[in-house]
Design a binder for this molecule. Structure first.
Ligand SMILES: *Cc1c(COP(=O)(O)O)cnc(C)c1O
Length: 232
């Protein structure tokens, strides 16, 4: 785990990177949110982020987040950024305020139905595999309209936008292309369905500049804040 001083320095460094990327593309730095990704780290990582004024963290496993959440301030928001198995949908709705990884019409329908039964409303993002990466979850670009249609049919879900992960690659053009495709997908869906879809969750430690240039509103950053993760 990083110390509090190390975390503060890392955080200032990442915020400066976001700011500079915004300046280069003529964007307002306030339009990009930093989501610290605390997966695999102890709850202290989330508490460090909270102490620095950040009010949301990203996690990729339901059980892990549910346990940490018990030990964290009640006004810290928890966002699911990892693949969700449908048999864990109910627990995910309990453990998370936001689900960024809704990746199939079936999952959207199930989450919406369960949230309704539980008397909850949940913000969601639709994960799209805009980098066409066989190793990544997310619906295919071609299936995004069907996924959005299913999510919009659920009154208990508030569809805020789209999420994508760039394929691992040494070529920065791969991330550029992935993020440009996600933005185009969002613009196309927003026009076709007449909805706003303001959120574009894209960019991580290694590619956040590219994502900000392409219009990211949420960068999900783990290792640049908390150091490398113990291999899971
Ligand atoms: C782990 C993870 C991140 C953070 O990755 P870093 O490279 O450590 O910044 C972002 N998004 C998702 C979906 C992740 O699983």
């Amino acid at each position: 785990m990083v110390t509090s001083d190390q975390f503060k320095a890392h955080c200032e460094g990442v915020l400066a990177r976001i700011r500079e990327a915004c300046v280069r593309s003529g964007r307002d730095p306030a339009s990009v949110r930093l989501l610290p990704v605390t997966k695999t780290h102890p709850v202290e990582a989330a508490l460090l982020a909270y102490g620095f004024g950040l009010r949301a963290v990203g996690e990729n496993r339901v059980q892990e987040a549910a346990q940490k959440r018990l030990l964290a301030p009640a006004d810290l928001r928890w966002e699911l950024i990892g693949h969700l198995q449908s048999n864990k949908a109910k627990h995910a709705l309990q453990a998370f305020d936001v689900i960024q990884s809704v990746d199939s019409p079936e999952l959207a329908t199930r989450l919406g139905r369960l949230a309704g039964e539980m008397g909850l409303r949940r913000e969601v993002l639709l994960q799209v595999n805009s980098g066409d990466d066989p190793a990544k979850f997310g619906c295919d670009l071609a299936d995004a309209p069907r996924l959005l249609e299913a999510a919009l049919a659920q009154p208990a879900l508030v569809v805020q936008g789209l999420m994508a992960i760039a394929p691992l690659s040494d070529d920065p053009a791969v991330a550029d292309r992935t993020f440009a495709e996600l933005r185009l997908c969002r613009d196309t869906l927003a026009a076709r369905f007449g909805v706003a879809l303001p959120e574009l969750s894209m960019g991580m430690s290694g590619d956040l500049e590219s994502a900000v240039a392409a219009g990211s509103t949420c960068v999900r950053v783990g290792s640049a804040l908390f150091g490398s993760r113990p291999s899971a």
